[in-house]
Write a protein that binds this ligand. Structure first.
Ligand SMILES: C[S@@+](CC[C@H](N)C(=O)[O-])C[C@H]1O[C@@H](n2cnc3c(N)ncnc32)[C@H](O)[C@@H]1O
Length: 348
């Protein structure tokens, strides 16, 4: 693993524990191409059930609370649209993203560290049914096989609802008879700019790392590698875990069995950082987050209040419950809500 010239941390799949001993802080330099930060869509990936509007809510929440832009962690990165937007707008100073899915994690690692390689690879890639079959069948050749990033991007942009795993078929179907053909979401110029922007964020030290790992590992590793930030209190964790409903259609079986109980237990008893959790508003989740306060393992902190609000979001990909507005439950230990009618009170 190589060290970065700007003094930042290397980016990699979960690094060896010896890395943890060389903890440091990271400096953010200017963005090489600031115009890219104003692109309407920043993520090269579409995400099943991606919620448009959530980045704005999280931004408002952070602005209402943080004295200065905090370090941001997104351990269920998926399309990482929230992280990218908050970094682009300077709402957060640094970010680390993590995802347990090797395809997704490999994509972010490659986009950050080898953007031009990935852009070239994408531009050379014919967007055809034959290639769709090729990538569906493609098996990883080595632990860090960069072709996985191409597989992730290709399948994400050419499969119904952006679903990477399971039974979903190509956009336009096997016969390609619909108005929407397999390449309809594969605008190579736009994707190239978005990939380059991820590279810009990494080069400038804003996107500090992308990790492949379970959410627990991302939080643990952050504490080990960045103890100065971890102890500073200027950290916000944003968690957008797999949905309670329909997870089996959107993710692999492994993720469908996501342990919501374990996540709640960690957040309510152990996680030492302020956190924001967004969930589909589901009775089981309401039941899990009845607590009014938490006693975090954070030096000098006795307790934090756990607050809940409903926000109305639009879902941009149809994999979950169709488009259209839907209430999202936002649960957080951040103390203040913005003075904004879009955060509605809820009794839990
Ligand atoms: C709801 S999606 C996140 C969507 C993301 N916020 C967006 O806007 O694109 C959940 C993500 O969590 C990942 N994931 C599932 N189980 C995980 C786990 N145990 N630890 C870390 N990531 C996990 C999935 O691979 C998926 O990318």
């Amino acid at each position: 693993m190589t060290k970065r010239a700007n003094g930042g941390r290397p980016i990699d799949a979960v690094p060896a524990s010896s890395e943890a001993a060389t903890a440091s802080t990271v400096k953010a330099g200017p963005l090489p191409n600031p115009d890219r930060a104003s692109m309407r869509y920043l993520s090269p990936l579409r995400y099943p059930g991606a919620k448009s509007g959530i980045a704005r809510c999280i931004a408002e929440l952070i602005k209402a609370n943080a004295k200065k832009p905090p370090f941001f962690l997104e351990p269920f990165a998926g399309g990482a649209a929230t992280t990218l937007r908050l970094l682009a707008d300077g709402i957060v100073s640094h970010a680390i993203i993590g995802d347990a899915d090797p395809l997704v994690a490999n994509f972010w690692i490659t986009a950050a560290t080898r953007p031009e390689w990935l852009v070239d690879r994408m531009i050379d890639e014919p967007v055809t049914l034959d290639r769709w079959d090729y990538w569906r069948a493609y098996e990883q050749k080595s632990p860090d096989d960069p072709e996985l990033a191409v597989k992730c991007l290709f399948l994400n942009r050419t499969t119904f609802s952006g679903i990477l795993h399971g039974r979903a078929g190509p956009i336009g179907g096997r016969k390609q008879e619909s108005d929407y053909a397999i390449g309809c979401r594969f605008n190579k110029d736009a994707l190239a700019e978005r990939i380059r922007f991820v590279g810009d964020l990494y080069r400038s030290g804003r996107l500090v790392a992308a990790w492949r790992g379970e959410w627990q590992q991302t939080l643990k590793l952050f504490g080990e590698q960045f103890p100065e930030y971890a102890a500073s209190g200027d950290v916000v964790v944003y968690l957008d875990p797999p949905y309670v409903d329909k997870a089996d259609r959107l993710y692999t079986a492994e993720y469908a069995a996501f342990n919501h109980l374990q996540l709640a237990a960690q957040l309510l008893h152990h996680v030492p950082y302020r956190w924001v959790l967004s969930y589909d508003d589901h009775a089981d989740i309401r039941a899990l987050y009845q607590a009014k306060t938490v006693q975090p393992h954070s030096p000098g902190v006795r307790q934090w209040r756990v607050q809940k609000r409903l926000v109305e979001l639009r879902y941009s990909a149809s994999g979950r419950t169709g488009r259209g507005p839907k209430d999202e439950l936002v649960i957080t230990t951040l103390p203040k809500f913005p003075d904004d009618a879009s955060f509605r009170a809820v009794e839990i």
